[in-house]
Write a protein that binds this ligand. Structure first.
Ligand code: NAP
Length: 251
């Protein structure tokens, strides 16, 4: 755990929390004492394993299946999270997908699917969370953007648009909720070692590594530490921020 302080007694929902960066965030929060709701859409076994690992750290962990791009499933997920955890202090919009192709080969379907999961999914979850957090007059919303939102990336017109959209959404909602004790921030990871980046061909991987001043990929735990900071009391006066976790890639 990173040591930004206790999240003891806090309740967090992490979309796509069963594996990759979401899993690291669930474990980081659990290690800090937060109960966690771990959302997944296809990887039930990984979600179950993550929940078991969180429970070993002494907190309550539940798994909730839902496609974040589906409004009914998102509403049901928040209902279940509230029933099982009792309240909701932290939402992490982590669920995300890629469907990479150069523009001329990018299909309507792959454009729509990426925007639906990455951007509409975050919108649907933010709307549910805001309803709860406004009443509490407290809460933290953290969304996973990306350095490609800041710099662009050939072959990722759809993904970069979704991640740049998340930044606009984050800053707008930060302004809407700032007076009510709810902070809204984004993380912009660089090149982090997960299944998402394992799929990148070796030549492209070497090219990306060459563009990272620190000379190495990040680990999911590097992103989880930043999420912990934004969720902690130490970040109480930070809202509308985009925090890069990228080894210097996008400066
Ligand atoms: P990953 O290993 O591919 O994991 C993606 C996660 O998203 C999985 O838990 C998956 O759940 C979930 N997910 C996908 N579609 C979903 C849907 N419709 N509803 C609910 N959950 C869904 O990716 P990652 O590398 O950990 O990335 C996590 C986040 O960080 C993403 O938003 C990604 O864009 C962002 N990010 C990653 C990097 C990087 O270098 N890895 C860099 C910048 C930003 P299932 O397993 O159940 O399918």
């Amino acid at each position: 755990m990173s040591g930004f302080g206790e999240l003891s007694g806090k309740k967090a929902l992490i979309t796509g929390g069963g594996r990759g960066i979401g899993r690291a965030i669930a474990l980081e929060f659990a290690a800090a004492g937060a109960d966690v709701a771990i959302n997944y859409v296809g990887s039930a076994d990984e979600a179950q394993e993550t929940a078991a690992a969180c429970e070993k750290l002494g907190v309550k962990a539940v798994i909730i299946p839902a496609d974040v791009s589906n409004a009914d499933e998102v509403a049901a997920m928040f209902g279940q999270a509230l029933t099982e955890l009792g309240r909701l202090d932290i939402l992490v919009n982590n669920a995300g997908i890629t469907r990479d192709a150069l523009l001329l080969r990018l299909s309507d379907d792959d454009y729509d699917k990426v925007l639906a999961v990455n951007l509409r999914g975050a919108f649907l979850c933010m709307r549910q969370a805001a309803k709860i957090m406004l009443k509490q007059r407290a809460g933290r919303i953290i969304s996973l953007s990306s350095v490609v939102a800041l710099r662009g990336n050939a072959g990722q017109v759809n993904y970069a648009a979704s991640k740049a959209g998340l930044i606009g959404m984050t800053k707008s909602l930060a302004r809407e909720l700032a007076g009510r004790g709810v902070t809204v921030n984004a993380l912009a990871p660089g090149f982090i070692q997960t299944a998402m980046t394992d799929a990148i061909p070796e030549a492209a991987r070497q090219q990306m590594l060459a563009g990272i001043p620190m000379g190495r990929m990040g680990q999911p735990e590097d992103v989880a530490a930043a999420a912990h900071f934004l969720a902690s009391d130490a970040a109480a006066y930070i809202t509308g921020q985009v925090l890069r976790v990228d080894g210097g890639m996008a400066m």
